[in-house]
Design a protein around this ligand. Structure first.
Ligand code: NDP
Length: 243
């Protein structure tokens, strides 16, 4: 039987990498992507191939609509289209709102929110033609609660939540499910700016008493790819009880 195909944006490290390994391990053909860290993307490719899986690297900046069109041309030429899309690529920006430049604002919102729009727009026609598809957005608890000194990040993730709920309604008649995972603090490079003391204090704030592992987010993403089709339009918290 033919393999199912998934694109995971931002899969050179962190949650995206863990998703790529989890989907490949479950028998999916995985299109892996990142913008800059090409060596790490090659490591992920090698790891997947070494464990008997298959993947196609599609490097490119998903905050750029032309790049997304180019990536999806490769997907179409390889397999026709996607069975699932995991919108994971994202960046953080910490600081006072008043210190944020126009360009900083645009970079955060283009990377975290517009990329989701560009990729969904490109993925959906094939899914509609097959009356089947899964879209899984990797979002943040800050999109629900808001975080001090992360206003643009929080706004971009709130946008992802709105897009998830609206698109789920638009696509439910076509049997396409759209859900988001609202991650809490996950142990990835995104939190590398924290020193040991800050990490300890932050972990103490989490009822579970620890950071989440990228593999836990990946497991949930894979579950959503196989969840009952009646589950759609949901923002599912994965935050150790934080919110
Ligand atoms: P990392 O910084 O570890 O990884 C981010 C990935 O996204 C990298 O592969 C990076 O590759 C890629 N990326 C960034 N910008 C682009 C772009 N424009 N085009 C293509 N790829 C891009 O972060 P995490 O794994 O922690 O984060 C993954 C997702 O999870 C993000 O959406 C984040 O907001 C979300 N999240 C993370 C939390 C955490 O605590 N870690 C908490 C809540 C949500 P490259 O640098 O090469 O571009």
């Amino acid at each position: 039987m033919d393999k199912k195909n998934v694109l995971i944006t931002g899969s050179s490290r962190g949650i995206g990498r863990a998703c790529a390994l989890a989907f490949a391990g479950a028998g999916w053909h995985v299109f892996i992507n990142c913008r800059k860290s090409l060596e790490k993307l090659r490591d992920v490719e090698n790891e997947i191939l070494a464990s008997g899986g298959t993947c196609t690297p599609v490097p490119g900046d998903v905050s750029d609509p032309d790049e997304v069109r180019r990536i999806f041309k490769i997907v179409e030429n390889t397999c026709g289209g996607l069975d699932a899309l995991v919108n994971n690529a994202g960046i953080a920006w910490f600081g006072l709102l008043t210190d944020m430049s126009d360009e900083d604002w645009r970079t955060v919102t283009d990377t975290n929110l517009s990329s989701v729009f560009y990729c969904c727009r490109a993925a959906v026609p094939y899914m509609v033609s097959r009356k089947s598809g899964r879209i899984i957005n990797i979002s943040s608890m800050w999109g629900t609660a808001g975080a001090s000194c992360e206003a643009a990040y929080s706004a971009s993730k709130s946008g992802v939540h709105g897009l998830t709920r609206a698109l789920a309604k638009e696509l439910a008649p076509s049997n396409i499910q759209v859900n988001s995972i609202a991650c809490g603090v996950i142990d990835t490079e995104m939190n590398a700016r924290l020193d040991e003391e800050e990490r300890r204090m932050l972990a103490e704030e989490v009822p579970a008493g620890r950071f989440g592992a990228p593999e836990e987010a990946a497991r949930l993403a894979l579950m959503l790819a196989g969840a009952p089709s009646y589950l759609t339009g949901q923002i599912i918290g994965l935050d150790g009880g934080f919110l």
